[in-house]
Design a protein around this ligand. Structure first.
Ligand code: SF4
Length: 212
């Protein structure tokens, strides 16, 4: 491991020792549904609707038989709710009929579910099955690029590949949560808290700010 990665990991451990998934769930399928709902919106908004959703549909089979308009009505405060409502009912149907109500752990099987891409599959595998992965969301991508762990024009997939190569497997799950929390609460898209950040020497943005 390079000195830079050691510094980043030890700073994250000091700053964010308890970083974890902020989506609230009580059953495996609830996590999967919550992650699908979280696309292009905040965990806070998802956590505001999922208690109502899971109270009305406490089982996969219940959700698989749900009325589309009823689900839309419950989740309408989050973005893309029409497609998301369709997708989560369909996901529940597939998991009920094909996987006997068990969320699959295979990356390929997860990615075949409606509304599930690499990021969602990685989050679900890491959270439910403790399979090392670094899902790249907007926070992870931004922070990785600021810290020069990836190039500015890298795609989320390229960022994921680079991070998974340089972060030891046994640290990837925690690192993923720490990057999200770092981006959400410290290294914000606008007005990052650079004054208190110990990673300035590795940060492109900070160097640009100083030079200007
Ligand atoms: S110096 Fe600022 S922009 Fe750079 S990583 Fe730290 S908080 Fe983020």
């Amino acid at each position: 491991m390079t000195k830079k990665i050691e510094d980043i990991l030890s700073y994250f451990d000091e700053l964010l020792p308890d970083a974890k998934c902020e989506l609230v769930y009580h059953q495996d399928f609830e996590l999967l549904i919550a992650v699908i709902l979280s696309a292009q919106t905040t965990d806070k908004k998802v956590n505001a609707v999922t208690p109502i959703l899971f109270d009305k549909y406490p089982t996969i089979s219940g959700l698989s038989n749900a009325n589309l308009h009823d689900v839309e009505d419950i989740i309408k405060s989050i973005g893309l709710y029409h497609n998301k409502a369709k997708n989560i009912i369909e996901v529940a149907k597939v998991i009920h009929e094909k996987y006997h109500d068990q969320v699959p752990s295979s990356f390929e099987e997860l990615c075949l579910l409606p509304g599930v891409g690499r990021k969602t599959a990685n989050v679900v595998r890491a959270e439910l099955f403790k399979i090392p992965a670094i899902a790249v969301d907007t926070h992870v991508e931004r922070c990785a690029k600021r810290l020069c762990l990836a190039f500015q024009n890298d795609s989320p997939y390229e960022v994921e590949m680079k991070l998974e190569k340089i972060i030891p497997e046994n640290r990837q799950i925690l690192f993923h949560h720490q990057m999200i929390h770092f981006g959400r609460y410290h290294c914000l898209a606008r007005n990052p808290n650079c004054a208190e950040c110990a990673l300035k020497k590795y940060c492109t943005l900070h160097k640009v700010k100083v030079e200007n």
